[in-house]
Design a protein around this ligand. Structure first.
Ligand SMILES: Cc1cc2nc3c(=O)[nH]c(=O)nc-3n(C[C@H](O)[C@H](O)[C@H](O)COP(=O)(O)OP(=O)(O)OC[C@H]3O[C@@H](n4cnc5c(N)ncnc54)[C@H](O)[C@@H]3O)c2cc1C
Length: 479
């Protein structure tokens, strides 16, 4: 396993292909490196190894869990717990789940496709996975196409490149063209794993393509937007101060991909299955990171309430109970999804569809309300908090301290630090990104509703209604 520093050194060797704010940047210059670094460093600490490492099913070696293909329900639960733990420490997205969720997806679909068509995707995937595990790589997932007119299929768009597609097949590989939107932490990934975003019809085989390329591969351009928390004076800095996150519009400008990195090419029905399965794995990851964000909001809200003297007010207790219920319901559903998971023919353990989707939907619909609860308890100060410079100023610093005072036991400096954190967490550009990510990441709530309705046995519930209403007799006469 690599150390965090070795990971950062690897980023420094990459070709500059990050376009952001009028500059072309190197990968290591992007916000979010500390978050990824933590995923390496924590795996070396004895107290976290049981969660942050796993045993490779390929060769029995110890690997980072972010490189592991889930083999049983315990693996899924450990991934969920690790995600919650690490997301808490960085105050939000842990940035490494997209890649391993994509790898788990490929492990299942390449196998199934080979069984159906005699293709050789799975062997290619296993060779890629071995290298991924041995070199302890970071992956990201480029699934979401830019999609053009939302009601038109890939083959119906005025520009066929609005969904990424194969434009040439050669003896040594394929050439792909298109752009994938909103790729979280793509500049900080070693590998970009690409897969389709939707069901495809038989005449849409050009769009049924999955592959992996290094993030600085020739022809790949990462047009990025980052968000960072405010840089603070050392006296007022917290764990996240000055740090941030990044997303990319990843453009594939006629990119050549050698065959050993192609994991699907033309088999349309498996393109659709791949799209659904990645969403499923990723929604399971959300059952770890979303409760972590609720933990952050809950802890912050409870501390603000205590230091404002309103901790024991009824309306505060009720709001805290609501936060606890949201976080733990989502987390509990993630556990249920692992307990009720299924082993696929490839050997990969796949979480339960209904539990993952109800959890992700509930988390997505609740997110703005969770921020609202924190805002209600915190009052308006996070939005109007003076800057660090004024706290440190000889002229107005003492006056600020006097007027920041709340409960007498807590110093005005600590009140300021807490409110600076609330301001960063709720009023910053990072807060805006997290709110959108909470709604749309892993699929918008409507996508979860579609998955739930397609899977859930509503007919069986109708049958129950018929028995209870006396319309039909139940199979056993118990009452
Ligand atoms: C911060 C952030 C990080 C992300 N990270 C990643 C990542 O790492 N990798 C990745 O691949 N994706 C990522 N995503 C993308 C995410 O999965 C998408 O945002 C999500 O699937 C919605 O797609 P969209 O943004 O194109 O919105 P749209 O699909 O345009 O959705 C907007 C609205 O249009 C509606 N709509 C869209 N199509 C139809 C239709 N055919 N019929 C009826 N209504 C429709 C939707 O229901 C929704 O209400 C990320 C998103 C965000 C915000």
């Amino acid at each position: 396993m690599r150390t965090g520093d070795e990971y950062i050194e690897g980023l420094k060797e990459k070709r500059k292909n990050i376009y952001m704010g009028g500059e072309i940047l190197g990968h290591y210059e992007c916000p979010g490196t500390e978050i990824l670094k933590l995923t390496f460093d924590i795996a070396r600490l004895d107290e976290y190894k049981h969660l942050a490492t796993a045993v490779s099913h390929l060769d029995g070696s110890t690997i980072n869990r972010f490189c592991h293909i889930n083999q049983n329900p315990e693996d899924l639960m450990a991934k969920q717990e690790m995600t919650r733990l690490e997301s808490r420490l960085v105050g939000g997205c842990i940035a490494r789940c997209m890649g391993i969720d994509a790898m788990n997806t490929l492990s299942v679909i390449t196998y199934n496709c080979d069984q159906a068509y005699g293709t050789e995707y799975h062997q290619r995937f296993l060779a890629f996975l071995k290298d991924f595990q041995e070199r302890d790589l970071v992956g990201c997932c480029a699934q979401t196409d830019v999609k053009g007119h939302r009601l038109r299929r890939p083959s119906e768009q005025t520009d066929p490149d609005l969904y990424l597609r194969v434009v040439e097949k050669r003896s040594d590989g394929i050439v792909v063209r298109g752009a994938k939107a909103h790729n979280s932490y793509a500049p900080l990934a070693d590998e970009i794993i690409v897969m389709p975003t939707r069901f495809l019809r038989q005449n849409e085989s050009d769009w049924a393509v999955a592959f992996a390329v290094p993030s600085d591969h020739p022809g790949v351009k990462l047009v990025c937007r980052g968000a960072s928390y405010r840089d603070r004076l050392p006296d007022f800095a917290g764990l996240c101060s000055g740090k941030g996150e990044i997303e990319s519009l990843t453009i594939f400008d006629d990119v050549f991909v050698p065959w050993d990195r192609v994991f699907l090419c033309g088999e349309t029905e498996f393109g659709g299955q791949m799209a659904l399965l990645f969403s499923l794995f990723h929604r399971h990851s959300y059952t770890g990171c979303k409760p972590a964000m609720t933990d952050v909001i809950l802890g912050t809200a409870a501390l603000v309430a205590e230091w404002s003297g309103i901790e024991h007010e009824d309306h505060v207790g009720s709001k805290l109970a609501e936060l606890i219920s949201t976080g733990e319901l989502v987390y509990g559903c993630g556990i249920a999804a692992a307990v009720k998971s299924t082993k696929m023919p490839s050997g990969t353990q796949v979480p339960n569809i209904v539990y993952c989707n109800v959890a992700r939907r509930h988390a997505g619909l609740s997110l703005y309300h969770e921020y609202q609860i924190l805002a209600e308890i915190a009052g308006g100060l996070p939005a109007t908090l003076p800057y660090d410079d004024e706290m440190a100023s000889e002229e107005v610093g003492a006056l600020l301290r006097k007027y920041l005072k709340r409960v007498y036991e807590v110093s005005p400096e600590d009140i300021y630090r807490l409110y600076a954190w609330v301001s960063d967490y709720t009023c910053s550009s990072v807060a805006g990104v997290y709110q959108y990510a909470g709604v749309h990441g892993g699929g918008s709530p409507i996508m979860e509703e579609i998955a739930i309705l397609r899977t859930y046995d509503v007919e069986e519930k109708k049958q129950l209604a018929k028995w209870l209403a006396g319309i039909e007799k139940p199979p056993v006469d118990l009452i």
